[in-house]
Design a protein around this ligand. Structure first.
Ligand code: UDP
Ligand code: MG
Length: 364
């Protein structure tokens, strides 16, 4: 039997584009001719995204699962929440805004069939704002120099992972991470393929400059301590230079006598080094803050509800006994993440209701 697919899509305020996405995505997956599931993770959207997702689920209950997060947890946490609920042998991630053409999924599946366990992608012609492309190029270069992660285009989220990689990721409890980089650290046979890229179909990018900076700090601090070491090195060099400077000044004082030249040069130098000092304290803070968040061990995201029905008979071996077992399986994988409270109280569980409605044979 050919490998089964799980497609994970994080959704944050994407009401305008979700219908168009479904119209293109499902036919592509049908045409692949294998069992699949699409897992939408609503990342605490404040628009009608959750309602649209519910409609998509009701239209194709056997093929669709929706994980509704309580609050916005960020794209990468949303993907992790989706990963925890996947059942397929191959897992594909995709953006909801149609910037990643669903038609390219076949390419990733072929690479996985050929033995790759991680399929990275390079956007052939990227359609984004100029400043985004320039910033990406810079960050790609910084990441190449400071981490062991070798990926050509870190920003493209259309990616394929083998089950083994996603299982490894599910065992990680990081409060901040960058999914493609984390996956890469577990990969044995990583490959890259070129994929097309389009402009956003509807809505706007969810990343402000501030959120992009935060995300890139997640990447750097999560996979490297080089930024810390960099400031140690800078500190040592500055200390040596200023030692030499003091010697020169002392010699001048003794042999030439007192003089007040260069006061403003000294000011300039002092401010420059104060700048370096502040940045280095900030970088240290980025690490300390993440350590602090990690030790508090709060849930990384909370789930309000999961819309799902039984998979078709035998389609996802091992988990075919249904969602109840999926929820109960290996609880350690999700330590620190809050499952819906409704699981403890079936009377409140929308999921159960929807499940009952869509159980095979019982569907009206
Ligand atoms: N996204 C999310 N949570 C967030 C921000 C973004 O789930 O907090 C989703 C978003 O709905 C989209 C994907 O992540 O499916 C990529 O976001 P976006 O297209 O805004 O990023 P860009 O393409 O501008 O990098
Ligand atoms: Mg986008």
């Amino acid at each position: 039997m050919s490998a089964t697919l799980s497609v994970v899509i994080p959704v944050y305020n994407e009401e305008a584009g979700l219908e168009a996405l479904a119209e293109r995505l499902y036919p592509v997956l049908d045409a692949l001719g294998r069992a699949y599931e699409v897992i939408f993770v609503d990342d605490g959207s404040r628009d009608r995204s959750a309602a649209v997702l519910r409609q998509l689920f009701e239209r194709r209950p056997q093929r669709t699962r929706v994980v509704l997060l309580t609050r916005n947890a960020g794209q990468h946490m949303a993907i992790l929440a989706g990963f925890a609920h996947t059942r397929g042998d191959y897992i594909i991630t995709l953006d909801a805004d149609l910037q990643n053409p669903p038609e390219e999924i076949g390419k990733l599946v072929r690479a996985l069939d050929q033995g790759a366990d991680y399929v990275g992608t390079v956007r052939a012609r990227r359609h984004d704002a100029l400043w985004r492309k320039a910033a990406s190029r810079l960050m790609n270069r910084v990441r190449e120099r400071t981490t062991q992660i070798r990926i050509s285009d870190q920003g493209c989220m259309l990616r394929g992972y083998h089950r083994t990689i996603v299982d490894a990721i599910n065992r990680c409890l990081e409060v901040s991470t960058f999914v493609p980089a984390l996956a890469y650290t577990f990969a044995r046979h990583p490959v890259e393929v070129e994929v097309a890229h389009s402009e956003r179909a509807a809505g706007q990018s969810k990343y402000s400059i501030y959120r992009l900076i935060r995300l890139n700090f997640d990447l750097l601090t999560g996979f490297s301590v080089v930024p810390l070491q960099f400031f140690t090195m800078v500190g040592m060099v500055v200390a040596l230079i200023s030692l030499a400077f003091v010697v020169v000044l002392a010699v001048q004082r003794i042999f030439i006598g007192p003089e007040v030249q260069g006061v403003f040069t000294l000011f300039g130098l002092a401010f420059f080094f104060i700048g370096i000092l502040l940045v280095s304290v900030g970088v240290m803070g980025e690490y300390v803050g993440r350590i602090y968040e990690q030790v508090r061990q709060r849930p990384r995201y909370t789930i309000t509800a999961i819309l799902e029905s039984e998979p078709l008979q035998g389609e996802f071996p091992g988990t075919a006994s249904g969602p109840a077992s999926a929820a109960g399986s290996s609880p350690d994988h999700r330590r620190g993440d809050l499952e819906p409270p409704s699981r403890a109280n079936p009377a409140l569980d929308h999921t159960e209701m929807l499940r009952a409605e869509h159980e095979p044979g019982r569907t009206p």
